[in-house]
Design a protein around this ligand. Sequence first.
Ligand SMILES: [Zn+2]
Length: 346
Amino acid sequence: MDYLEKMGISTLTEEDNNLALALGGLQKGISPLEMAAAYATIANNGEYIEPVFYEEINDHYGSTLMKPKQEKRRVFSKETAFIVQELLTQPVKGANGTATYCAIDGMDVAAKTGTTDSNYDRWLCGFTPYYTAVTWYGYDQNETVEFNKRNPAGLIWANVMARIHAGLETKQFEKPFLVQEVTICADTGMKARSGCKNTYTEYFLMFTVPDLCNKHSGSEVKTDEKDDNSKTEIVEDIKEDIDAEEPQIDTNVVTTIVDEEEEDNLNSNANNENTNTNSNTNTDDNLGENTNTNVNTNINSNTNINTNTNTNTNTNTNTNTNTDTSEEDRTSYVEEEDVPNEEDSE
Ligand SMILES: [Zn+2]
């Protein structure tokens, strides 16, 4: 329930706190809008981004009058998000997939079908590296949705998504370095040996890969070339990975990776960086002209390594510019995502 709330679900009640929740059994349900934003959290590599209905409003001179303040927060690590992305491709590309008709040529597609008792509701929730879309199909007053073979919500989803992806470059979900692709023995659920007959590929957070199969014999089946890295090399790579990932800086947005289950056991501190820049300019002359510039940048990277890996990235950027020219002709800019609600916002 905590994670649902972090992903923007606002309709939970006390009564939802029971096992039916795992199957999506909710007292009030979830609106398609909130469902789309929650799925987009997984698609956006673990970051929740509040939905908005417009990007900005301009006047006829092109100046921005309004911009919505869009809340963003990290819910999952990108590693956790990738593993869920990968799991959700199975309904599309798996042998027993329930949404194989949602496939788009060359694209990774994640999709989950859904239904409720007596077929009152039909859902298709899914995403690609480009778009997240959610379709609900049903009646205002509960009635069984009759259909022939294919989930009608899924058919709408597949048709819309196929069209908006036409002409786009093919794209796959990107596997973060700390996620390992491993060949697993289907009989034991352990890492496959050459003697294991039944195998499949599965993704694991590094350091959570299971031991070698204890039922069959043979040498280890290698999937990932990083398998043999010593711990030092892994730490080096983690640093590089984090550097490579760093800032897409969002104005006025604080991003924190919260993955509580990974947070508990921390041994070493591989990388700790702190940059703090502060500049302040103030001009005041006799003509009553007043310029005030304030730039504040704060970048914080933290990596902790153990059997579990935890990545913390804090990016905080604040830009503030105030210009005040003469007493009659006053102009003032606030370069933030905040909506300036008055012309003079001093
Ligand atoms: Zn085996």
